[in-house]
Each structure stands twice: as C-alpha cells, then as structure tokens.
Design a protein around this ligand. Sequence first.
Ligand SMILES: Nc1ncnc2c1ncn2[C@@H]1O[C@H](COP(=O)(O)OP(=O)(O)OP(=O)(O)O)[C@@H](O)[C@H]1O
Ligand SMILES: [Mg+2]
Length: 235
Amino acid sequence: MLRIEQIGVAYGAIEALHGVSLEVAEGEVIALLGANGAGKTTLLRTISGLLRPKSGAIRFEGEALGNSSAEARVKRGIAHVPEGRRIFPGLTVRENLDVATTVWRRRGMSAAADLDNVFALFPRLEERSSQLGWSLSGGEQQMLAIGRALMARPKMLLLDEPSLGLAPRLSEEVYRRIADINAKGVTVLLVEQNTVLALEVAKRAYVIENGRIVLDGPARELANHPRVREAYLGA
Ligand SMILES: Nc1ncnc2c1ncn2[C@@H]1O[C@H](COP(=O)(O)OP(=O)(O)OP(=O)(O)O)[C@@H](O)[C@H]1O
Ligand SMILES: [Mg+2]
C-alpha cells in the first residue's frame, strides 16, 4: 500500500533522514521505533506531504505521490494524527470532528454514519460533544485527534506517539481502539516510544536511529532482539 524508497529529508543544512526505505502492506499495523530526534516525526510529515524529500520517492497504492499537497493526500486516503494531538482548542468536540469531513462532504455525502462510528469507538467524545477542545483531558484530546482523522475516511492512518503523556491504563485503552480501527480495515503506521505497547499491536516494526533504518522485522522477533531490548526495553 505504501512504499518509501530511499528518501532523504533535510531541514536546511541539517539532514534528518538518510536513504530511508520502508513498506506497509494493506491491512498491516506497522510500528516505527526510535529515540528522541531519530527522525520519526520527520518521516510521517514527509508521507503526509507537510515536508518535501530532497531525494527518493513515496508510492501509495502503486502511484508516486510526487509533489502532491497534504490535502490531496488526505483525499487519497492518508490521514495523519500529529504529535501532540493539535486539536482546535476553541472548537467543540463536534466541530473538531466536522472540520475533517470537508474533504469528501462537498460531494453531498452525509457525515452521520462517520460520526456514529467515531462515537461508538470513543463514547466519551459523544458525552462531551459540545465541550471545547482545550478543556478536554490529555487522553480525551488523543481520542478526539484520532476520531478527527477517521472522519476523513482514511485507508491509512499515520499516528505520531499516540500514548505520549498518557497514564498506562489510558495508553492501553488507546491502543485497544487502534486495534479496533485496524480490524475494520484501516492500515496503520505508528510512531511510538512506548516500545512494549507498540510491539504488542504491530505486526512488523522498523527501528530508526539518527535518520537511518537500522533494524526491521516481525514485531515478536524485534521484541526479543538484543539491540531493541537494550536500547528500548530497558533489559
Ligand atoms: N523544523 C525543524 N528545523 C530544524 N531541524 C529540525 C526540525 N524538526 C526536526 N528537526 C531535527 O530533525 C531531527 C529529527 O527530528 P524528528 O522530530 O523527526 O525526531 P523524532 O524521532 O520525531 O523525535 P521525538 O521522539 O523527540 O519526537 C532532529 O535532529 C531534529 O532536531
Ligand atoms: Mg517526534
């Protein structure tokens, strides 16, 4: 579904990604693991069209994404839940969700079923649908950010550290919902520092260090890999 071929990304003189290649098949959950500053967010932002690679190519469903805009990529089925959630603080929960439907609502389709779907997944959002974004707890904001991405009817969801700043019980809850979303047919590429949780949900994983992929393989194998255990599992 997604094929990243040897991409290089730089911020001015700072090279953040060096020849990164990665593949995601339809229906998979893939985890990208790495320390602070490794280049995880940079990779997701490049896939969603917020950053331009200076070399390499990205293909989605067999077609090169080229220089297409971030909006065009949302229309093609790629939805990005950014690091730190970035919901609209001055809009209500309901308004935050409605914003994401503009991509396809122009075609005259109703968002009612999408809203039902998000509320079924996150009942708390329905209870709080007229509450303002800023007043939600961290966990509720994460649920809203994921719900908003789902309103765009994505084929692939890019999640940047969905468990960041959440208590363990809430992180597990968010990860159960990610598994539910995947079970309904949405392919997932997630970035995570909580290696234990990520490797439980993912089928395969990649490890990125200093802008380079250094390991990849089935999640179960990586969970037992000495380098992963030492660097990311504190073993
Ligand atoms: N806007 C920017 N301008 C300059 N350098 C940047 C910018 N954003 C990121 N970088 C640099 O690119 C590298 C990769 O950053 P990135 O945000 O992709 O890391 P990350 O793996 O997501 O880290 P974290 O786990 O802390 O979120 C870092 O060295 C960072 O300092
Ligand atoms: Mg990051």
